[in-house]
Design a protein around this ligand. Structure first.
Ligand SMILES: *Cc1c(COP(=O)(O)O)cnc(C)c1O
Length: 425
């Protein structure tokens, strides 16, 4: 086959997903005829405004929130920044007014996305104290570490729902319960509550997003990871949680996020979330069986391969699980259905990725989110991989269009390529 007509096998769904045609269909009018500014008072404005509010309602229903608790943003990164910087700015104002001298404290994890780590680092430079919770070899934080990290001055805890590189699903509902319980004690002692934020960007396509079951106060979601458009997302802000904006201007989104709304994007985001939620159960089952097949085949041919992240132990999916099932450490349900992250001894991940790309197969060397960076992954380091092992790692993430035949082809190319690379060293 020639380069032009060869099929591309895309296995990097943690980085980006193809826009679902049904999502594009609902976005289309707002890219063309329905172009009005939602703030305009005439009919074209009202039309756009209606579309935004209908989308807000769809999302609020799915996540168990009130419509006024949803703030549309430009994506996951902005949502995380708004959560962290918005909350801490508001808190700093309160502390100044009350002339509290002690330094405020944030808890997060060692394996967060840069969208969380970077704003936290900025705050750290400004004098905030930060605890980065360590993770075990599968990427889980421990609830004991969390409890021990909490201080009188703790203002915010930010724990990602699903890790983007190794697919670890943190027990967010359990963490939410712990923080809620501690907040009740704090209230009795006259201490301010700890606000709980979760970066749910990788979770939104596959997992429960109900903010009450999860007991989160702030939650970040991006459309681009759930077959929606890029450059749009939302932040859930629980009523009573006070944040400041980080973008000022015309006062859109109730003042929390100024700037003319991305109407088509917002409509697409709502549709994408709706579709993901509707098909979640069946699609998760399908992806788990494809993913388990893939790892089994790879392990059979390459027994020295290390699976990074939660083990896949082929436990049957229990039917009466509901919610708590994600707590069973070591269960296949603690790993995102579509994720495999492998360390292949003796094979440079970057070389492998490029060889596979030359043959029409797209995988990742870990995080594509640090533009083109070849730095060692802070996530693989946190789970105990050496620098060498980190550089010998690739991430394979399946998605809506992935079928078994593609995986068979991928495996045959992968094995041939590994042999080639090893022989050339
Ligand atoms: C992709 C991603 C983000 C950033 O979302 P953008 O929409 O690209 O800004 C943040 N956190 C996680 C876990 C992600 O996977």
């Amino acid at each position: 086959m020639t380069k032009q007509n060869r099929k591309i096998i895309y296995l990097d769904h943690a980085a980006a997903t193809a826009l679902d045609p049904r999502v594009f269909a609902v976005m289309r009018p707002f890219l063309k005829s329905a172009f009005g500014n939602p703030s305009s008072l005439h009919r074209k404005g009202a039309e756009a405004k209606r579309a935004i509010e209908a989308s807000r309602k769809i999302i609020a229903n799915i996540i168990g929130a009130r419509t006024e608790e949803i703030v549309f943003t430009s994506g996951g990164t902005e949502s995380c920044n708004l959560a962290i910087l918005g909350l801490t700015r508001k808190n700093a104002e309160i502390r100044n007014a009350e002339k509290r001298g002690s330094r405020p404290h944030i808890i997060t994890t060692a394996i967060e996305h840069h969208a969380v780590l970077e704003p936290v680092r900025v705050l750290q430079k400004q004098g905030w104290r930060v605890t980065y919770l360590p993770v075990d070899k599968a990427g889980f934080i421990s609830s004991d570490d969390l409890k021990k990290a909490i201080r009188q001055e703790t203002v915010l805890a930010s724990v990602m729902y699903v890790n983007n590189e190794i697919g670890t699903i943190q027990p967010i509902a359990e963490i939410g319960r712990i923080i809620s319980r501690i907040n009740i004690e704090r209230l009795n002692k006259g201490l301010p509550a700890i606000t709980f934020h979760t970066d749910a960007c990788q979770a939104a396509g596959s997992l429960d997003l109900n903010v009450n079951r999860l007991q989160v106060d702030l939650m970040s979601v991006s459309a681009s990871k759930i077959c929606g458009p890029k450059g749009v997302g939302f932040l859930y802000v629980r009523r009573g949680v006070n944040i400041r904006p980080i973008i000022y201007g015309g006062g859109q989104e109730r003042g929390f996020r100024s700037g003319t709304e991305n109407v088509a994007g917002i409509v697409g985001l709502a549709k994408a979330l709706e579709l993901a939620t509707m098909h979640r159960q069946r699609e998760n089952k399908r992806l788990i069986s494809l993913r388990d097949y893939l790892i089994e085949r790879i392990k059979r041919s390459l027994p020295k391969v290390i699976l990074n992240g939660p083990e896949i132990d082929y436990q049957p999916i229990s039917s009466k699980s509901n919610g708590r099932r994600f707590l069973r450490i070591g269960s296949r349900l603690n790993r995102l259905p579509n994720n495999l992250n492998l360390t292949i001894p003796g094979v440079e991940g970057e070389a492998l990725m490029l060889y596979l790309d030359a043959q029409g197969i797209c995988v990742s060397t870990g995080s594509a989110c640090t533009t083109g960076s070849t730095d060692v992954s802070h996530i693989l380091t946190a789970i105990g991989r050496s620098e060498k092992q980190s550089k010998q790692s690739i991430r394979i993430t399946l998605g809506k269009t992935t079928v078994k035949k593609d995986l068979d082809y991928m495996i045959s190319v992968l094995l041939k390529t590994i042999k080639l690379i090893r022989n050339h060293r």
